[in-house]
Design a protein around this ligand. Structure first.
Ligand code: FCB
Length: 488
């Protein structure tokens, strides 16, 4: 992969602007991409030997997703990937981040690979490479094979061992084509939405299981990284995608600041502690002492999770504003991904979440680009020398075609523009950011929201599978082509 030059040349008067006002310009070699994930777009749910993942089971369980929608067909990308790559090529994208469906390439979550499943990803990678688009592969975007959940899922240590085997198997099959590898997508969601609030698959609401899952995801990252290093050529780049919280106390009171500290520990440091520093922070262990003594952590586990990384990937949408709950009042439940009576924050029961004032997207998430600058600068300080990527950022909007079939989404353009400016500010502050991946290429299955939330820069009519690039796609193509945030 071409490396970016230093950030000192990221700004400067545009020769074309004719004005002295500097335009926001990104360095040559900056990766401009878009993201998707397997269950959200592929469909082909029971084809070529694929077996159910926890998301197949969950979405087919009444009451779990809006209107009972599932990913059975989704964007039918399993059959339309060539057209989708052609679309990316027309938009001039430099990179494409996708995930592999574990139960498509290793149907029971253990044992031999399913060649037809691997062939799909080999063909996808070939198609991308043929179009000059860098494939960026995520091994796990939440779709655990159901058989592994039946054996206990992420709360069980064995799942981490199975993940390492799976990583090795995918690396053997795709290591000649794919250079950029990400182990996990947003392990916070896997652990705390999957086993805490239960709004995500497998829908369990067990605080102890959520903490055990978080640890085994850390271990899985470490074991898989080792397996990948063994199987991949030496120029392969390994990373992990996290969704760190940009968390703010509602007031400067010690109680509210302590609430923010607790959420930071549970959202971010529970993963960055082991992965970046080789230890769980003492305050996290103390906050959760009423739930567990963490005796499931074995000697060597955190050292194993602490692997050299070639990139840290940040997914960012919105910040969190929190306060301490006074007296006996119940804490407000909020996780940004759906309603539940159960908390996704074990050990932080007396923390309330507040909606910040100002503009929100269709998800109800407040628009606050400053949180992204903050997080990038934090990782720059915490992991000096490790390149940073934004692997998800984007907005859900109420997009529908107009009378002429065009889809105008100025709110999304405004959202992405302001966040790209925020990325640029972090780069000016020294953060070594190498790429940005917009969530998402296509409207898709938005988990418990079904198809009701549209995040794509390409509109999908799910009845006909017709794709229509929105105005944001044309705007983003221009950014990717010029490396500049042009005035609109
Ligand atoms: C992230 C997920 C992604 C998508 C966006 C909106 O948390 O990784 O799959 O659902 O949110």
């Amino acid at each position: 992969m071409a490396l970016s030059p230093t950030t000192s040349d990221t700004t400067g008067p545009s020769p074309a602007s004719g004005s002295a006002r500097p335009r926001v310009r990104f360095p040559a070699g900056f990766l401009w991409g878009a993201s998707t994930s397997s269950y959200q777009i592929e469909g082909g749910a029971d084809e070529d030997g694929r077996t159910p993942s926890i998301w197949d089971t969950f979405s087919h369980t009444p009451g779990r997703t809006e209107r009972g929608e599932t990913g059975d067909v989704a964007c039918d990308h399993y059959h339309r990937y060539r057209d989708d790559v052609a679309l990316m090529s027309e938009l001039g994208l430099g990179a494409y981040r996708f995930s592999v469906s574990w139960s498509r390439v290793q149907p029971t979550g253990r044992g031999p690979a399913a060649q037809r499943g691997l062939d799909f990803y080999r063909s996808l990678a070939d198609e991308l490479l043929g179009a000059g688009i860098t494939p960026v592969l995520t091994l796990y975007h939440w779709d655990l094979p159901q058989e592994l959940e039946d054996a206990g899922g992420w709360p069980e240590r064995d799942t981490a061992l199975r993940f390492a085997d799976y990583a090795g198997l995918v690396a053997d099959a795709l290591g000649d084509r794919v250079k950029m590898w990400t182990t996990l997508n947003e392990p916070w969601c896997s652990a705390f939405l999957g086993y805490g609030s239960g709004v995500h698959a497998p829908g369990r609401t067990e605080p102890l299981a959520a903490l055990r899952a978080a640890h085994h995801l850390n271990l899985a990252h470490g074991l898989a990284s080792t397996a990948l290093r063994e199987a991949l050529p030496s120029d392969a780049q390994l990373s992990v995608s996290l969704n760190p919280a940009a968390v703010r106390p509602r007031s400067d009171s010690p109680a509210d600041r302590d609430a923010a500290r607790r959420i930071d520990a549970l959202a971010t440091r529970i993963f960055t502690g082991p992965m970046l520093h080789g230890a769980y922070d003492e305050d996290l262990l103390a906050d959760t002492a009423g739930i567990t003594d963490w005796s499931f952590v074995r000697d060597g586990d955190v050292a194993c999770a602490h692997q050299p990384l070639d990139g840290i990937c940040v997914n960012y949408y919105t910040p969190s504003v929190v306060s301490a709950v006074a007296g006996e009042r119940e804490a407000e439940r909020r996780d940004g991904h759906g309603a539940s009576d159960h908390s996704p924050w074990p050990g932080a029961d007396r923390v309330a979440f507040h909606q910040p004032p100002g503009v929100t997207t269709e998800m109800g998430w407040s628009v606050d680009p400053g949180g992204l600058t903050e997080l990038l600068l934090r990782f720059h300080q915490e992991a000096p020398g490790v390149p940073l990527y934004i692997t998800e950022n984007g907005a859900a909007c109420a997009d529908e075609p107009d009378g002429e079939g065009r889809v105008h989404d100025p709110e999304r353009i405004a959202y992405v523009r302001s966040h790209l400016a925020a990325v640029h500010r972090a780069m000016e502050g020294g953060a070594d950011v190498r790429g940005y991946f917009l969530w998402s290429l296509l409207d898709n299955f938005e988990w418990s929201y079904g198809y009701s939330k549209r995040f794509g820069i390409v509109h999908v009519d799910f009845a006909s599978q017709r794709r229509t690039p929105k105005s944001s796609a044309h705007w983003y193509a221009d950014v990717a082509r010029t490396g500049e945030l042009a005035e609109s």
